[in-house]
Design a protein around this ligand. Sequence first.
Ligand SMILES: C[S@@+](CC[C@H](N)C(=O)[O-])C[C@H]1O[C@@H](n2cnc3c(N)ncnc32)[C@H](O)[C@@H]1O
Ligand code: SF4
Length: 414
Amino acid sequence: MIPEIVGFVTRREGRKFNSLNAVDDSLVNAERLAKRDDISLYVHIPFCRSLCPFCCFNRYLFKEDLARRYFIDLKQELETYRGLGFGFRDVYFGGGTPTVLMDELGDLIQQLRRQFRVKQISLETTPRELSAQNIKLLKEYGINRLSIGVQSFDEQVLKAMGRVNGPAEEVKSRLLTCQGQFDTLNVDLLFNFPGQTTVQFATDVKAFKELGIDQATFYPLMASPHKKDDLERRFNRVDNSREKRFYKIILKELYHGDYTPSTAWCFSRGERMIDEYIIESDDYIGIGAGSVSIVGGNFYVNSFSLGHYHELIASGRLPIVGWRGLSDKENRRYYLLTKLFGLKLDKEAFRRRFGGDIGAQLRLEMAFFKSFGLVAGDDILRVTEKGMYPVSVMMREFFGALNALREYHIERQI
Ligand SMILES: C[S@@+](CC[C@H](N)C(=O)[O-])C[C@H]1O[C@@H](n2cnc3c(N)ncnc32)[C@H](O)[C@@H]1O
Ligand code: SF4
């Protein structure tokens, strides 16, 4: 019952992010953007060599000319933020597949390093992209955290997903080639996929442990509200009632022992960089088609359409198509969600940000989490083992609500 309650409330809160204001000129000139010089940057590369039917992100089939034009636009967008006084410290390349054009990626990273005091870079890619040449280049580019979307080692499950990874043994050997070459090597694994059994998933978790990889991020399958194609529609019948059984396997295998939880979805050996700029940094800017930003208590949404994104950049504007000023309560709840997802909330940091005690400003929420034993501690609240699954459900529901925003913009090519 607890996961259902916190999930319901989080989805309701998440849906508020879908009511956006139209963009006016003062926003495009970024007067409302509170400038910061030490925030996280997310860079979205929306191209893939094939499109996985279950994927809920903004992605398009790779076309070299479009992708080259896109990288030029990204550099322009970055330049605009620099001109506005922004500075970036931690950079996250996500997608799509950021490695589709390695020369352009290298150029963009060079620009980032020239213009900002970049501390660390995380980058996502797929097993198919792990050629010896790409690994060498990624090391040269100074990638600190490399994240590989494996989804599953089980060929039957991959086939059902419509995912092209290549033979499992080959994927494992490519992963082993990368292990130890980056500060953090992460693999993404999906769970609660329709037809996927808990036995198949437990075998995936064991395979990950046997490989001895630094980190795994486990994504519960999240549906997008209305996909058009038959195959895609199948993935929208996600049965959340099975999900907890999968999550228990994660806890059993990884909660105690060599790995420790970094978030409700991510388990690492030792201190590692994680994928979640939303936890690491209270404010962040997202650049690229379909990226979102949170700055100074406001939420901004970039154009999802490759064409419109390009037109906006070409006209010298930021490619923002909608924004929402979050209310104080929404900001506090969003803060609570992200910190709980990162499993740790520092009450003093909350006080500094919001000018008051969390116990007073989020009275009901705190009473609920404490009385059910989902968090413990005094100055620092930590999510307990019992709280792990409810927090996972909260984030799944929040992303679920954002998927509606993504689909709305993708379908209308806004
Ligand atoms: C957006 S992908 C980018 C990385 C790369 N393109 C890949 O597929 O490996 C990052 C991760 O999102 C997760 N993901 C994609 N679609 C999802 C969905 N519908 N529900 C849950 N996780 C999803 C996958 O685990 C994937 O590895
Ligand atoms: S899961 Fe990754 S490779 Fe597949 S379509 Fe989504 S972004 Fe592209």
